[in-house]
Write a protein that binds this ligand. Sequence first.
Ligand SMILES: *Cc1c(COP(=O)(O)O)cnc(C)c1O
Length: 412
Amino acid sequence: MSADTRAVHAGRRDLGGPATRWAHVPPIDRSSTSALPGVLAGGDAYETLATGGRPGPADSFVYQRLWNPTVARFEDAFAELEGAPEAVAFGSGMAAVSALLLACVQAGTPHVVAVRPLYGGTDHLLATGLLGTEVTWARPAEVAAAITPRTGIVLAETPANPTLDLVDIADLVRQARGVPVVIDNTFATPVLQNPLAHGAAMALHSLTKFVGGHGDLVGGAIAADAAWARRLRGIRAITGGLLHPDAAHLAQRGLQTLPLRVRAQSEHATMIANWLAAQPAVARVHHPGIDDPQRICERQMSAPGAVLAFSLRGGYAAAAAVAERCRLITHAVSLGGVDSLIQHPAALTHRPVAAEARPHAGLLRLSVGLEEPADVIADLEQALAGAASAGQAPERPAARESRSAPGAGVPR
Ligand SMILES: *Cc1c(COP(=O)(O)O)cnc(C)c1O
């Protein structure tokens, strides 16, 4: 069956029958605890779930942190769309990254080879070594040389946040020589790219973005084989990173329109990227649809995606002025929703990133929504014109030094 059909029906095959009392949509189970059939049976179920196992058909779920059927239903659906045996869902994308890093530490392979750019939070977590990992930053061509016997994973994003850099997944897998490659697939979604089909061991997602799709949930997920899923569930049970069942229900609903939304938003983004590339105030546009010298997009993605970035000739002042002058487009972090969002990565999402790897001070990231592209273009046009005539950012309080990381002051 086609991906569109699977997106609508995945995780629902037990519905519409006597076992679920003919329910048509997935029920939400909010129980924080479950009745125990007996002390021994309850203890056995606890043991199974706390070590990452799945419950048997008559087992108690014991406690929501260990297992929730609404979350499990979403995980089955998500795994199906990613072409993975299983998936494990977390309370945020960063909770998913944290569980993955803890799994590396637990296995005695705490070294991570990471390809920049990465989402600012992931970069920050790796750079601080907070969870006991060590990191070697590598360019895509340097990955093989960076691997040591202590390397647990190779981590990359493609397209990457915020500059949409593309990484050839199959090439990374060849270089990794058996070390699991994890691809943060948040920007592409399972609709446009399936990392496991190119040899990656895992696909990691912030569900907060395209999967939720409406800006009303926070969540994360990792699609993986059964052995990795078990490890990650065990860590999730102990550290408490489970996705909330209400968010799981919304995320599963999001899956049903994900193919339609992502393809339409990707087309809109390509139109807007082309328009931006023709504007004199714009120095460079980053979007896989118009900026892919190695032709990676056509090898591993079915469309370029809905996020783009552009840098302004006027640098930080011009970028800040444009972000603050947008009206239809909301000035906000996050991405992947049905409405367009714009933000300044160097000052916001990528503020904790080391100065040498921080995005250009004149760069803005735009997540293109489902609005008529001409309306989004008109908004950008008035924002660019207003910024040019003002010649600088609108009145604002003096920028303070950042407290999130040394040397991470707002670029001026
Ligand atoms: C947002 C994001 C994350 C983090 O996800 P949260 O749900 O915000 O914790 C990780 N990777 C990428 C690429 C993201 O855009």
